[in-house]
Structure formats: structure tokens, C-alpha cells
Design a protein around this ligand. Structure first.
Ligand SMILES: [Zn+2]
Length: 598
């Protein structure tokens, strides 16, 4: 009997201290029933060795005695690896070479043996195996591919997931490649020849023979969501088509595909985004909405942009998760003081609220989340955006279309006739837009908008620069808020460390010199792909327009003077708010410095 299916595994785990004697007895008594239960649930998709003792133990939801650490497949396989003197590997598909994985063995062989070639290094093929008894499969591979192999142990779930991902995608792509190469054998080198394909697809549903490309695109979306990618790049090179994902700010090359499928892939995306498929020389942009099913089903909005580059059309997709754009305001990272002040802005009957910061500072998320929070059936919320970032059915969203002269100003000129209660203006860029915003506020509307300024107070100056009289600013402005996003420390590898306060003081943090400070940083682990960071959080500077501040604005006083008063009245600056997040162990001083250095 195979080791992973036998009671020897349970005995080993007890000997290694992973299981207690009681847990071992419990497992032995439950094994038969649990095995039937799992087998019934799995249906026919699993291989004949499923479920084994690892699956059974992992499904019982036990925890390590005296801790809350769940006894999952990874914990079990780490113990097995130790006992069998094999290295254990948690598989990250981004580190694997799809070409090696799918080029060395057939999908069926991979599934039957739960085995996955990882990479070829100096003639040595590293192979992930699940069953430590898989030696015979390894020697089969050595015989047929004439390379030496070295095994690493991995969990069944990791191996099966990647087999599915890699081989499924590979199959769609190969089929598509065959199809498009068959149209014209020179197609791989000359994208112009794909005109014929384009004509078939233009204007109506692609014919069913394009099934492979559809599947490949579906795979791509699923995979990108699974990997928490924020952007997908599809890049034509001379001989290949590169697919890259941006994850946590960094680009990773995911696939290098045959060039023959590039144009078809881009055409499919353009079709989904309702772009002109035949137009390949002009940049285009559009959007695709996809829904995922399952219990964590969510809507994802994809903004597609295509641009012709040297070797064809490059497509870039930004993935906007509705769960990210519409958040609970309380989870954005406000301190309790700032949250209270900002809630006050939201409750104001009329006036202007400005959110400022550079591109990518999270302004859209804040504004969308705010509108969602205050949206009720008795309110008419109208947004004017360039472009509409995320569609929400509770709002009436109007897109700026400069090409046909539908600008912020022309929309705003007519918007009051639409009887709005709350207006969100994507950005105040010019005098006319600023004047419309003020006018709307003066006639009893609550207006939210954004500006490109560094700090909260500077938005007053910016409005003056746009030609608004000081008294108009002072009578309509309720508050301004500057914001930034900092990367948050990965909770899985966060570690405390101490640092000389002098070093921090030199960088401008409010610390007492001559002491040491205990801070947190991420050591780097699999979960965060060794970056030490996972997720992001807002840093804020919230300026309420108090009576004193109002007088100063209408008197035309300089922003520095206003800022000093605001600070005396309790405003925390961006730097201070960032520093308090460093002290709480949410982020690092490097991040705080990065986003608050102007
Ligand atoms: Zn980590």
C-alpha cells in the first residue's frame, strides 16, 4: 500500500509530534466514513488515489495541540518531507516555467502521478511530486527525456491546481496555434496575414471555431484574478507573444506564447470590449465586465487599452474589482478622528468636499465608497467622470467624451436640470469646471470632486489659481482631504525590529532622539512573494473648514498660515498619519517616507 494511503502516515505524524495520541485515534476511527464522504463529493474528476490519509486528516479540521495552527495538507506534507528527507516546496505558478511543465510530460501522465516538472537547471529537471513513492514515474521521465531529475515534495492541491492551469491553457493555445497557422503557414511571422481572420470575426459573434481562443481568454482572466493581478499586458514581440501580470506593483512574465495566437487573442479582447477589431493602427480603449461564480463571486471591471507597437498591437488590461472600488469607508484606513471629521463632510446638506492627491492615491475608491455610503433611494446621485472607472447602478454616471465635445463643462452646464442631490465631478481641471462646482454647491447641492494637489490646504490655493474669488471658496468649501496609499506589511512574515531613533528623526519623523524604537517589517515569504508587503491602506490629512479657517480663506491668507491654524485645531498631516501607521505596525517607515515626500 502506498505510504500516503496507509496508517503508517498517521503513526509517523504522531511520532513527529504533529498529532496527539487522541487525534490519531480519532482519525483512525473516522477514516473510513470520511473517505466515503470525500469520495462522494469529489465525483469523477479526482484521480483514483483520492482521497488518501493526507486528504482525510486535512478535511477533519484538526489543530495542532496547544496552538491554533490548522493541520492542513501543507503541514502534513512538510512533516512527510522531513521524514523522507526530501525538500518541501510551496508552489508559486509565477516561478514556474510553463514550457518545461507542459513540454516534458503529457497531461494525463501528470494527473495520474500527481507530478509536475518545475524547471530545467543545468541539465537537472526539478520535479514536484506529491507521493514520495513516485520514483518509478521519475525514472520513466529520465528515460524518455534523457535528463536527470530531482524531486521536491509539494501538496496535492498545489500540483493539481497548476496542472489544471498550465495544461488547460496550453491546450487552448496549441489548438489555436494550429488553427491560425493552418490559415497560412507564414502567419507566425506576419501579423498582416491575419486580416482574413479579422474579417470573419468582425461585427458579429466569433464563429465557434474560435472556441480555443475564447477558452484561452477565460483561462487568462481566471488566472489573473487568482493571482490578484491588477493589470494584464499582452505584448507582441518579434517571435513570441508575452503575457505579463502586474501583481503588488511588479510585472511578472507569465507566459511566452506562440506569435501565431497573438492577433487572435487581442482580437478576442477587442471584441469583448466592443472595439473596432479591424482598426489596428489607432489606439483604442474600452471595457469588459466579467463575473466570477462560486461563493466568492464578484464582478470585475476590465479596462482595455490597445496601442500599435513595433510587432503588432499591445493590449493592456486594468482589472478593477468592485470589492476594491466600493469599500466600507471604515476599512480605508482612517484614524478615528479623521473618520469622524470626514463623516461630518458627508452629512453636510450642501457644499464642496475635495479629495486631493496624485494619480493612484486611492481618490476614486474613497469617492465611490463615500457615494455608496450616502446613497439612498430618495437621493439622486450624478457623477461626471473621465472615464467612468467603475459602473454602479445606484449612480447616474456620465462619461466625458472629448472627441464629441462632451466635456466636464458641457455636462455640468446641463446637469442641474437633471435634479441632482449629490454630484461627483471626477476632477476639477479648469476654471469653468470649478465655477460650475461652486454654483452647484451654492444652489443647495453636495459636490464631491478631486484635485491634483500635494496636501489638503493647497487645494484652496489651487481653486484661487483657477480664478475663483476667495469669498466663493470660503462660502462653499466644507472640507479638503489629501490622501496617499501605503503598502501594508504582510501579516504572514511581519517581524519586530529596533531602530535608532536618530535615524528616523533625520528623515523627519516625530521621535525623541537618542532612543531606540521598535517597528515592524515584513521578512518576505511565499504569501507576499518575498516583498514583505501585502495589500494597501490609505493615509489621510483631513482639513475641516472651521470658522477660523473660513475667515482666513476669504481674507486671502497664504496656505502656510491656514495650515498652521488647522494643525492647532487638531489636523494630522499626511506625514503624521503615515507615522502613526508605522507605529501601529501597519506599514514601514520607508513607505511612509515614500508617499509623504513631496
Ligand atoms: Zn510575507
Amino acid at each position: 500500500m502506498r505510504f500516503l494511503q496507509s496508517d503508517r502516515l498517521v503513526e509517523l505524524l504522531e511520532k513527529m509530534g504533529v498529532l496527539t495520541a487522541e487525534q490519531r485515534q480519532f482519525i483512525t476511527s473516522e477514516a473510513q466514513r470520511q473517505r466515503q464522504k470525500l469520495a462522494r463529493k469529489a465525483g469523477r474528476q479526482r484521480d483514483r488515489n483520492y482521497p488518501d490519509m493526507v486528504d482525510i486528516i486535512a478535511s477533519l479540521n484538526l489543530t495542532v495541540a496547544g496552538s491554533r495552527r490548522r493541520i492542513d495538507d501543507e503541514l502534513i506534507m512538510r512533516a512527510v518531507a522531513k521524514a523522507k528527507k526530501l525538500p518541501f516546496r510551496k508552489l508559486d505558478p509565477l516561478e514556474l516555467d510553463m514550457g518545461v511543465a507542459t513540454g516534458t510530460i503529457a497531461r494525463n501522465f501528470a494527473i495520474i502521478h500527481t507530478i509536475l516538472p518545475l524547471r530545467l537547471d543545468n541539465g537537472l529537471l526539478e520535479i514536484a511530486i506529491y507521493n514520495p513513492d513516485s520514483r518509478s514515474a521519475l525514472s520513466d521521465i529520465e528515460r524518455t527525456s534523457q535528463v536527470k531529475t530531482t524531486p521536491v515534495l509539494a501538496t496535492r492541491s498545489d500540483i493539481e491546481r497548476i496542472i489544471e492551469e498550465f495544461f488547460g491553457f496550453q491546450k487552448s493555445i496549441s489548438a489555436a496555434e494550429d488553427q491560425f497557422s493552418a490559415v497560412d503557414s507564414s502567419v507566425a511571422l506576419d501579423i498582416g496575414n491575419l486580416e482574413r481572420y479579422v474579417k470573419i470575426g468582425k461585427g458579429n459573434e466569433l464563429s465557434s471555431s474560435d472556441q480555443h481562443i475564447k477558452q484561452a481568454v477565460n483561462h487568462l482572466f481566471h488566472y489573473a484574478l487568482d493571482q490578484r493581478a491588477s493589470d494584464i499586458h499582452i505584448e507582441p514581440k518579434r517571435d513570441v507573444c508575452l503575457v505579463r501580470f502586474r501583481i503588488d506593483g511588479l510585472l511578472h512574465t507569465i507566459y511566452s506564447l506562440p506569435k501565431a495566437v497573438h492577433a487572435a487573442l487581442v482580437s478576442r479582447l477587442k471584441f469583448l470590449a466592443r472595439l473596432d477589431i479591424a482598426e489596428k493602427r489607432r489606439p483604442q480603449d474600452g471595457r469588459i465586465k466579467i463575473g466570477t461564480d462560486g461563493k466568492d463571486g464578484r464582478d470585475v471591471e476590465i479596462r482595455l487599452s490597445t496601442v500599435p507597437v513595433s510587432f503588432g498591437e499591445k493590449a493592456v488590461m486594468r482589472l478593477l474589482d468592485s470589492g476594491t472600488m466600493f469599500q466600507d469607508l471604515g476599512s480605508l484606513g482612517f484614524s478615528s478622528r479623521d473618520f469622524g471629521v470626514y463623516e461630518g463632510f458627508m452629512r453636510a446638506p450642501h457644499g464642496i468636499v475635495l479629495v486631493t492627491g496624485p494619480t493612484g492615491s486611492g481618490k476614486s475608491t474613497t469617492l465611490y465608497s463615500t457615494l455608496k455610503e450616502i446613497s439612498t433611494p430618495d437621493k439622486n446621485i450624478i457623477t461626471v467622470e473621465d472615464p467612468v472607472e467603475m459602473v454602479h447602478e445606484e449612480f447616474n454616471q456620465i462619461a466625458v467624451q472629448s472627441a464629441i465635445d462632451v466635456t466636464f463643462s458641457t455636462i455640468l452646464r446641463n446637469i442641474l436640470r437633471q435634479d441632482p442631490d449629490i454630484i461627483m465631478i471626477g476632477e476639477i481641471r479648469d476654471q469653468e469646471t470649478a465655477a460650475h462646482a461652486v454654483q452647484a454647491a451654492m444652489t443647495g447641492h453636495l459636490v464631491f470632486s478631486t484635485l491634483h494637489t500635494n496636501d489638503a490646504v493647497s487645494s484652496v490655493v489651487r481653486l484661487r489659481d483657477l480664478g475663483l474669488p476667495s469669498f466663493m471658496i470660503s462660502t462653499t468649501l466644507i472640507g479638503c482631504m489629501a490622501q496617499r496609499l501605503v503598502k501594508t506589511i504582510c501579516p504572514d512574515c511581519a517581524r519586530k525590529y529596533t531602530i535608532e531613533s536618530d535615524e528616523l528623526a533625520r528623515m523627519g519623523f516625530p521621535v525623541e532622539p537618542g532612543t531606540t524604537v521598535e517597528l515592524t517589517r515584513g521578512k518576505g515569504c511565499r504569501e507576499c512573494r518575498n516583498t514583505g508587503y501585502k495589500g494597501r491602506c490609505g493615509v489621510f490629512e483631513v482639513l475641516p473648514v472651521s470658522a477660523k479657517v473660513r475667515t482666513m480663506i476669504s481674507g486671502g491668507e497664504a496656505s502656510d498660515a491656514i495650515k498652521q491654524v488647522a494643525i492647532r485645531e487638531g489636523m494630522t498631516t499626511l506625514r503624521e498619519d503615515a507615522w502613526s501607521k508605522v507605529k501601529q505596525g501597519l506599514t514601514t517607515w520607508q513607505e511612509a517616507l515614500r508617499v509623504t515626500s513631496e
